[in-house]
Write a protein that binds this ligand. Structure first.
Ligand code: TXA
Ligand code: MG
Length: 356
């Protein structure tokens, strides 16, 4: 067990002396959790194979699922990628720093373990002052998966990181709650037609405005589990975001969702289960369950994304047996929300509008 150092920093005016302390930990091959605009990341020197191996171990992450390599400026990508396609340059100009990860052909400078033996590397420049200062002061690109134990919801606060990783990592930089709340969009630029492998903070619609030929991988909007072998991203194969309770997602029009959720609440309660409902501001007062939580207003998908992982974690501490979650429209940021909800449920989806 390690003594995990917890350091609070002002997200807008970070104290560089504090960040220097943890940057030195990274330089020495240690593990530091830090805030980004999407979720908290668990960082290690991307060029130090031992540090990256320790990173996988701390998270209990399978070695075949590579982390994202975080950079502090666009030029840093040149040493990580074999080459940077023109379209990728355009996207960096438009969306960096920000929640867009680009998969590029890797250079030989990166250790195999950092890319899980793949011939590509995922890179991103985060839009968060604490993260950018940390990368700069560390003097190396930082490999950082989300700072949760593998399979758990991604952390959007330093407390979430503490709950999962206290004693397993060297330090946590607390820069307040994450602004976006869902992870970055992962876009494969190593193939002719750019392909979204994970929906996230930059929407499909926004990307289409810049590069017309971008496509969604069928699994991104999938309503079923991925078939191994067809997955282009290792992350598609692994269990994700799972709360302790079993979960069901109810999809359809809002009136039909409300009818179906009520019906399921009654059924599960009768069976003796403690039922949690993950609802929205517009619908939550309609349910009589053991716990009802609201993601936020249906008219504010940004708030819904921000609250999602926190609420999934809260249900764990409420000890519910089953979570019934309402769906939101799968467009814009809503696609990322629905992708996470469906994965969290293990693709246990009920269509509310379907006639019996
Ligand atoms: O917002 C984010 O992206 C956060 C913050 C910390 O930056 N990071 C994050 O990392 O979500 P992680 O490791 O939890 O998710 C990275 C995803 C995984 O699904 C992984 O399979 C995929 O990116 N990935 C990494 N390298 C890849 C590659 N070379 N090709 C395809 N997918 C890759
Ligand atoms: Mg993750």
């Amino acid at each position: 067990m390690k003594a995990t150092l917890l350091l609070k920093v002002d997200p807008l005016k970070p104290d560089l002396a504090k960040i220097k302390v943890v940057a030195d930990i990274i330089k020495r091959g240690g593990l530091v959790a830090f805030p980004t605009e999407t979720v908290y990341g668990l960082g290690a020197d991307a060029l130090n194979p031992d540090a990256v191996r320790a990173l996988f171990e701390a998270k209990k992450r399978p070695l075949d699922n590579p982390p994202i390599v975080h950079v502090e400026n666009v030029e840093d990508v040149d040493s990580l990628a074999k080459y940077v396609p023109e379209k990728a340059k355009l996207l960096m100009k438009k969306f960096w720093p920000g929640p867009l990860t680009l998969v590029l052909e890797r250079s030989e400078a990166i250790p195999d373990v950092t890319v899980a033996g793949l011939n590509t590397v995922a890179v991103r420049m985060p839009r968060n002052k604490v993260a950018l200062s940390l990368i700069r002061l560390s003097g190396c690109p930082i490999a950082a998966p989300s700072a949760n134990l593998a399979g758990r919801p991604s952390p959007t606060t330093a407390q979430h990181v503490w709950d999962d990783l206290n004693g397993r990592i060297d330090a946590i930089l607390d820069g307040g709650p994450a602004r976006i709340g869902v992870e970055s969009t992962v876009l494969d630029m190593s193939i002719d037609t750019p392909l979204i492998l994970r929906p996230g903070g930059v929407s499909f619609e926004e990307l289409k405005n810049v590069i017309e030929d971008v496509r969604l991988h069928p699994f991104v909007a999938a309503e079923q589990e991925v078939v191994v072998g067809e997955a282009r991203s290792p992350g598609m194969r692994h269990k994700h975001y799972a709360p302790k309770a079993r979960m069901v997602v109810v999809e359809g029009s809002v009136p039909a969702i409300m009818v179906k959720v009520k019906e399921l609440v009654t059924q599960y309660t009768r069976e003796g289960s403690r039922v949690g409902v993950l609802a929205t501001d517009e619908t939550s007062s309609n349910y009589l369950a053991y716990v009802v939580k609201s993601l936020g207003s249906r008219f504010n998908v940004e708030a819904i994304a921000q609250n999602l992982f926190r609420l999934l974690r809260e249900f764990d501490s409420e000890n519910v047996d089953v979570i019934i979650a309402e769906s939101v429209p799968a467009e814009g940021l809503g696609l990322a929300v629905m992708n996470r909800l469906r994965k969290a449920s293990g693709y246990n989806i009920v269509k509310a509008d379907k006639l019996p």
